[in-house]
Design a protein around this ligand. Structure first.
Ligand code: ADP
Ligand code: MG
Length: 453
């Protein structure tokens, strides 16, 4: 291990004195804005039997998510609470345990061996894409049935194992409950989930840090639950986390409801619409599917909301975006830009094929993203992530024949399923959130027929 990671691991052992009794840290596996994630060995094997029979996770290991102390207590509470509420569905990461010492909180999840999206999105056969989407939509169908919006659907938050064709949704750090959520207004959601039972309640600890595993001895535990909600996390010293630590907490807790990741935000988020729904996650699912089909990742690059809307204009035409804005009572004008007016006649299929053909003509492999020039004119074109170096030039021309061949093969493969696949894509990119399909509806698409028993 690099010494910087060794230092971090050493620090974590010091931050949480009891950690080393139960877990042996092995490596660092992720780092985000609000956390670091480590792979660890479960020394006492106490998590195995209860959790792992139902999951494809690796029995010997756990993932320890160290939530940065700079996160507000409300944010930590929110994430843990939602993980707790969602515990028990096999497409959502299970919460096995929570450890806390002073202001340091560590969530313990099963370790899911997965592959990074950028290593498979170009080569995954259509069957694999199908399984990826199926798993992701199953997870969302469940999450949405609880009235919860994930808000940050993107490949790094959905751990997929291409060999097994299995996936699990992680990272509820930005998730929130939809305020006016009503199952009937929401359209069809899977009603089977409404009263789902938590077959694997998370391990709860009392003041002596010993494990209490029964559901009805929750008082005095690290996590206190009332009416199915975590109401407070009292630590070994009796400090109530949800009330803030340290005592005079001054950090802002208000979260803008545009929370999410650039490139994955739905138009209603970009337009800062007040009443956002679970449908914002469905848009993000569309962005992932578009990456698979066009073999480009990331597909949208803009840093701010206005430029992101221009990116959408370049695909859907500004008239479509203007219509979308009017749904939310907004006007939308673009001045001084040469900008695409209408949507493609055959929708996103034309767009995807245009990209694939360009790539083929250029004889390049598709580690390219679409960059949109917004100064004075607007046209989508392909830009290499890095400028092409002379050595690489040789490789590209040698490989152009192969690229052409691969494109043909790929088009043929998609073709057999292409009608349903592009229908699915269009359903995700419906501008009107009310008309946009729910996860449940998308799962009914004939694209998934081959996966149904
Ligand atoms: P953040 O809030 O910092 O984005 P995440 O929960 O998304 O944290 O985790 C960050 C990364 O850590 C993930 O993208 C993934 O690579 C890895 N990771 C998280 N949880 C697990 C897990 N249970 N098993 C394996 N890897 C995980
Ligand atoms: Mg994440």
């Amino acid at each position: 291990l690099p010494s910087s990671i060794k230092d971090e691991i050493h620090q974590l052992y010091q931050d949480i004195p009891n950690l080393s009794n139960d877990y042996e840290l092995i490596d660092k596996i992720g780092e985000g804005t609000f956390s670091s994630v480590y792979k660890a060995r479960d020394k006492k094997d106490k998590l195995t039997s209860k959790y792992y029979s139902h999951f494809w996770s690796d029995k010997k290991y756990v993932a320890l998510k160290k939530i940065y102390v700079t996160s507000s207590p409300q944010r930590i509470y929110n994430e843990l609470n939602l993980l707790y509420v969602l515990n028990g569905h096999n497409k959502v990461a299970a919460l096995c345990d929570v450890m806390r010492f002073r202001d340091q909180v560590v969530a313990v999840l099963p370790y899911y061996p997965h592959e990074e999206f950028r290593n498979f999105y170009r080569d995954l056969p259509i069957k694999g894409i199908k399984m990826y989407m199926w798993e992701l939509l199953q997870a969302l169908n469940f999450v949405h049935s609880k009235g919860i919006i994930h808000r940050d659907i993107k490949p790094t938050n959905f751990l997929f194992n291409p060999d097994l064709g299995k996936g699990v949704l992680v990272d509820f750090g930005l998730a929130e409950t939809q305020l006016d959520y009503d199952l009937d207004l929401q359209g069809r959601v899977n009603k089977d989930y409404r009263n789902h039972e938590q077959f694997c309640p998370c391990i709860l600890r009392d003041e002596q840090n010993s494990v209490i595993q029964t559901n009805n001895s929750r008082n005095g535990s690290l996590v206190t639950i009332q009416n199915g909600k975590v109401v407070h996390l009292n630590n070994v010293n009796g400090v109530d986390l949800t009330k803030g630590y340290p005592k005079n907490e001054t950090r802002r807790i208000k979260r803008a409801n545009r929370a999410g990741t650039r490139g994955f935000r739905a138009p209603e988020v970009l337009m800062k619409c007040g009443s956002q729904t679970t449908k914002i996650d469905i848009w993000s699912v569309g962005v992932i599917l578009l990456s698979f089909l066009s073999r480009r990742f990331p597909i949208f690059q803009s840093l701010d909301d206005t430029d992101s809307l221009l990116e959408l204009c370049a695909i859907f035409g500004w008239k479509t975006i203007r219509k979308c804005a009017s749904l939310h009572g907004l006007g939308f004008t673009v001045n001084g830009l040469k900008i695409k007016e209408e949507n493609y006649p055959n929708g996103l299929k034309d767009f995807v094929y245009e990209l694939l053909e360009k790539e083929c003509a250029a004889g390049t492999f598709p580690d390219y993203s679409i960059a949109f020039e917004t100064h004075g004119y607007l046209e989508h074109e392909l830009h290499g992530r890095n400028s092409i170096e002379p050595q690489v030039m040789g490789r590209i021309s040698n490989e152009s024949a192969r690229a052409a061949y691969e494109l043909k093969r790929y088009q043929e493969e998609v073709w057999s399923d292409h009608y349903w696949c592009f229908q699915l894509l269009e359903q995700c990119f419906e501008m009107d959130p009310q008309k946009r399909s729910s996860a449940y509806e998308l799962l009914q698409n004939a694209f998934f027929n081959e996966l149904r028993e």
